[in-house]
Design a protein around this ligand. Sequence first.
Ligand SMILES: [Zn+2]
Length: 281
Amino acid sequence: MKNYSSHFLALTFVLITGCAHQFPDYAVNLSSRLPTPGKAEAIGDYSLGCLKGGETFTGKENGLYLSQKKRGRYWGHPDLIKLLTKAGSEFYKNHKQIIVGDMSQSRGGPTITGHHSHQNGLDVDIWFKVPPAQEELTFSALETEEMKSVESLNDDHKNLIRFFANDPSVERIFINPSFKKQLCSDNGPLRLSPEQQHKMRAWWGHDDHIHVRLKCPSDSPECLSQKPVPQGDGCGEDLNWWFGEEAKASDVDASWNDLKSIFLDKVKSLPEHCSFYKDIF
Ligand SMILES: [Zn+2]
């Protein structure tokens, strides 16, 4: 496990420093440092928190692809690693592979690019892109840029959604509004149950993936739960909003300078228990 992680860490450093933006030193450290030792704990909010004792994969998780490794966001609470490992082996039986995108940084916390949440080790993006053909379905890594986009959900995607939506540790799943629409109108054999549909929530920025969020684990007393998912299936009126002008107007991209100052504000506002995250500032 150690060797596997350090392999990724070296890559992380090289690729981040080679990026177009001038990344401050702390950004490089954020994606390359090790987790704190000891018992894992999810602390704070999904969008303002951190991760103690972060865990990652051993490299023996058949059925999983790890993508976007250069970002150094392949750490999570053990519940998340357990769920992904279970998902991988489940799909591996049918010769399918799951593409794991961003999880959390080694110590969770805010990231300088990409995400508001994914901060306390309980969030993971699962990509729907089509990976290049490969003979083996063993655990491996590649970048999402190497994959083709998908236009609509196929049966494999639906099975994957059903798997995650069914798991009692999953709190909610974010999905792009067009895919949600497809799920809402699905009358086929893979249609979701009302409970599964309830967990699937349309949200910004999930064009080619779903974002699976776990409930606060019982071993994490400082973890802050989110307001419950609104009642109902999230289809109909709720969903129509996403196709209106109001939704488009709210989806504004921030500039690089904005991103940096939003990031530093977040670091300052982290819960007290996250001091181990802040030691590089
Ligand atoms: Zn996400």
